[in-house]
Write a protein that binds this ligand. Structure first.
Ligand code: URA
Length: 212
């Protein structure tokens, strides 16, 4: 698919999301939030669900969490136009309550299709609901910043920006995780698929290590 075709395929998915009635969340929405960003992005962020402002504007992460996300992206030399941002659930839950399992399941197909179109090198989950989709049964406090590579794609769990804003002592950790994420993407093509350990590479010589 070329970029124009990717753009068109994403527009089709977005159109379906806007008309979706697959779970009860559609009843309370102002508008659905399909996701936004570059059709050929290297990094795709998956958050939790639209909040008040996202529901009004139809765009992901446009409130306080979004401003913080923009800051973190800027820190690693990126803008939101260069990445793709979406959520595990595309309609705002009432009073911003946590999304329920059937709501997540009703929305999963849209995420899979967006992944197929965009083919990002890295999927960064923001918070525990999207983490659960790719790292079932794990704890965010334990695995944030630890990547796994499956089928030629890196999955990378991050804290939710809102959780970091609520607990600013997590800011240095979040910044470190973002820097590491950028490095993983930059080194993507040199990475070894499926976390397979290298067989033939000899360990670096001590004098090489001292260069760093
Ligand atoms: N929080 C999310 O998880 N997603 C948004 O789009 C906004 C806030």
């Amino acid at each position: 698919m070329n970029q124009e075709e990717q753009q068109a395929a994403l527009a089709t998915i977005a159109h379906e999301v806007h008309a979706c009635t697959a779970c009860s969340l559609h009843r309370g929405r102002t508008q659905a939030v399909p996701g936004d960003g570059h059709p050929n992005a290297d990094i795709m962020f998956v958050g939790e669900a639209p909040g008040f402002y996202e529901d009004k504007q139809g765009l992901p992460f446009v409130g306080a969490s979004g401003r913080y996300l923009d800051e973190l992206l800027k820190m690693i030399g990126l803008t939101r136009q260069q990445v793709f941002i979406t959520n595990i659930v595309r309609c705002r839950p009432p009073q911003n309550r946590d999304p329920l399992r059937p709501e997540i399941e009703a929305c999963t197909g849209y995420l899979e299709r967006q992944l197929d179109v965009i083919q990002p090198k890295l999927v960064a989950t923001l918070g525990r609901y999207s983490m659960e989709r790719f790292f079932p049964g794990e704890k965010i406090s334990k695995i944030h910043g630890k990547s796994k590579r499956i089928g030629g794609r890196i999955y990378y769990p991050l804290f939710h920006p809102a959780a970091v804003l609520r607990n600013p002592s997590l800011k240095p950790v979040m910044e470190q995780d973002f820097r590491k994420m950028k490095q993983l993407v930059d080194e993507f093509d040199a990475n070894i698929p499926d976390d397979t350990p290298p067989e033939d590479d000899p360990p670096p010589k001590p004098e090489q290590l001292s260069l760093f």
